[in-house]
Ligand binder design. Structure first.
Ligand SMILES: [Zn+2]
Length: 317
């Protein structure tokens, strides 16, 4: 049997793995300690979960990314040594509570030059595969920050060639958007703001027109209304089944709200063939609530206005 290693793939994993150590170290420095809750290393892709009550702010994420890339650019050596657990603990290596360690452990240390008396280096116990110098990572880009469980946050990042892929995808999306909106990428924000403002006006105009149309229909039906013999003798009622009329393509709620705001001087029942109903009492000797109760209608509301959904409405009208 011959075992071969895909060199490109292995290097992509090395870049992502060493970048994970750098990210862990950067988070430690920023938050004053991090409890790792899992991680995944793939080809030029990494995922790092850690315990944190709050999400990181965009500024913090930008700072993390800046730290990572400046450490990558520094070109620090990644020094790997096997030693006993006792020796390793003297190095201050980071060990993880859920991991089992044997007699011999492997210490991965990323050592920078000591700057301003600050000993900046990352030391972890790890059997993973790593680049020999941080500059081999090329570049690291944080692509997402999310919450994966209560109190657990996730950072996803890409390294090496995938950073270029990521930038190219974003650039293509931006270009596509610019073509669709017929402007330069730099003008996208202004163009979009203008479209949103126009849309707001159109929506307001549309709502006003809808109301007007509904009102006209209500007026029509009101004029045609016949008073139901049994209980409407003392009221001025308008009864409309919206399914059978031009109101059908209007939202039932819109019809009811329009009637409520513009025809509050009348009594009306609006319903549809799905047995949604609304009863409004403008002038009558009984409240809408009382009336609905007497008819055993399932619904709720105020004295003046009751709405609900009940097939029994067809027996009322
Ligand atoms: Zn590791």
């Amino acid at each position: 049997m011959k075992l071969t290693v895909n060199k490109q793939q292995r290097q992509a994993k090395m870049r992502a793995h060493t970048a994970t150590h750098l990210l862990h170290f950067a988070l430690d420095k920023m938050l004053g300690g991090t409890k790792q809750a899992g991680s995944l290393v793939d080809d030029d892709y990494l995922r790092f979960d850690f315990a944190s009550k709050d999400a990181l702010t965009p500024t913090q994420l930008a700072e993390l990314e800046y730290s990572l890339n400046s450490w990558i650019a520094t070109g620090a050596d990644v020094i790997i040594a096997e030693m006993s657990m006792d020796e390793a603990s003297q190095t201050g290596a980071k060990a993880f509570f859920e991991d089992k360690y044997g007699d011999t452990v492997r210490v991965v240390r990323i050592q920078w030059e000591v700057q301003n008396d600050l000993d900046i280096n990352s030391i972890e116990l790890c059997w993973g595969t790593h680049v020999t110098n941080t500059s081999h990572i090329w570049v690291c880009k944080i692509i997402d920050h999310s919450s994966v469980a209560s109190g657990i946050r996730r950072i996803e990042a890409v390294t090496g060639t995938k950073v270029a892929d990521y930038a190219n995808t974003l650039s293509a999306q931006l270009q596509q958007l610019s073509t669709t909106l017929d402007c330069q990428p730099s003008q996208l924000e202004n163009k979009l703001q203008k479209i949103l403002k126009d849309y707001e006006h159109i929506q307001a105009d549309h709502a006003w027109l809808q109301g007007k149309i509904i009102c006209t229909h209500l007026e029509e039906f009101h004029n045609q209304c016949e008073l139901p013999s049994v209980w409407s003798a003392r009221g001025n009622w308008c009864i409309i089944n919206t399914t059978d009329t031009d109101l059908d393509h209007h939202n039932f709620k819109d019809v009811v709200n329009t009637a409520k705001s513009r025809r509050s001087d009348r009594n009306w029942i609006i319903y549809n063939n799905e047995w949604n109903f609304a009863i409004y009492v403008g002038i009558w000797n009984m409240s809408a609530k009382q009336f609905a109760k007497e008819q055993w209608l399932k619904g709720g509301g105020s004295d003046q206005f009751v709405q609900g959904r009940d097939v029994k409405i067809k027996e009322v009208i």
